[in-house]
Ligand binder design. Sequence first.
Ligand SMILES: [Zn+2]
Length: 405
Amino acid sequence: MFLYYREPYATTLKATVVATKREKGVNSIQLDRTIFYPEGGGQPGDRGFIDQVKVNDTQLNANGEILHQIEGESNFVAGQEVTLTLDWDHRYDFMQQHSAQHLLSGTLYTLFKIGTVSVHLGQAEISIELDTDELSEEQIVATEEAVNKVIRQNVPISAQTVKQEEIPPLNLRRSVKVEGDVRLITIEGHDLIACGGLHVKESSELGYIYYLRSERIRGHLRTFWIAGKRAIDAIRRNNAIVDRAGTLLSAPPQEIVEGIANLQKEVTQKQYEGQQHALKVATLLFDKLLEEGETLNGVPLVIFDAGAWEEPYLKQLPELFLKRTALALAYVAERPDGKVGWLLCLKGVEGEAKLFTNIREEALPLIEGKGGGRPPMWQGIGDKREGKEEFLEKVETLIREHLSG
Ligand SMILES: [Zn+2]
């Protein structure tokens, strides 16, 4: 006996174990009667307890049996008397969301002839896909006003099961898709539709409904809403966020967005200034290296160990190298991960690809280096930091041989 339809507000029940099952590592209990609603009609399965054992989900199987999926091993035996305790907060939350969704869909249809294509009752919000690709600000406000008015009027919400031929032909928001008996949910004066889910019995139980946001999908509009205790909790949470942000910015709520935008602008400006500064420092360092280096066959030769030069300066270097018409340069730098970074620039050097091949074969193994690039620049990482001096020496020798040969 499935009692959740007859007594949707019952939170405990005595029942008898009919069978225990195990499927895909999950133990399930089947009972002679239950108040636990199995997932269906867009509503999740109930949670709670059978005696002291946690029920994580409730599912209906292909044989029409309700399986209470429990946590861990089952010590239940057929014939055993047990007490069911429903996780009422979870169930009631979804009853609120489900009724709110019907009211929203009904209202959107009544006010604007906008139909509902599909719905999802999520853990945090209701999503309703509409057969339109646009909902104006005015329509959203009008919908919010209308549904909250119905909540204040406290109209009855009821369920009745009728035979197919008894279905009121014209008043249904959407045609019935099932055969046989049909369960109809009425929000008095506002909506009538076939549904297998569980609902609150009065609209005042929905507390408050408001719009969150929309997104376009397949030419439709997917709208997001929030209702019930969730809506109140979210308002409380959001107020705390606004309050905290306002305190951090020393600004009243209406100036928070502008305050954040200004901060973002400042950060961008500071980043730019930082980059300009790094470029200036890098230019000075590079000019000094050029000055100290020698020129072979018209090509300045620069070989150096950048040691622990800071990342922002190193980042600016390649741009400086590429500005030169001729340059034979190699450097190594320490990395925070303990490895060694290397870079090679052979600009305006004839036969640079062949020179790089030599360097790759003879010098890179000294630091167990990997990497690549294309003329005139190559770079990478070496695992063997201790080999960096030898590496630079080898590179210098190979470049010298190449430039003088
Ligand atoms: Zn429904």
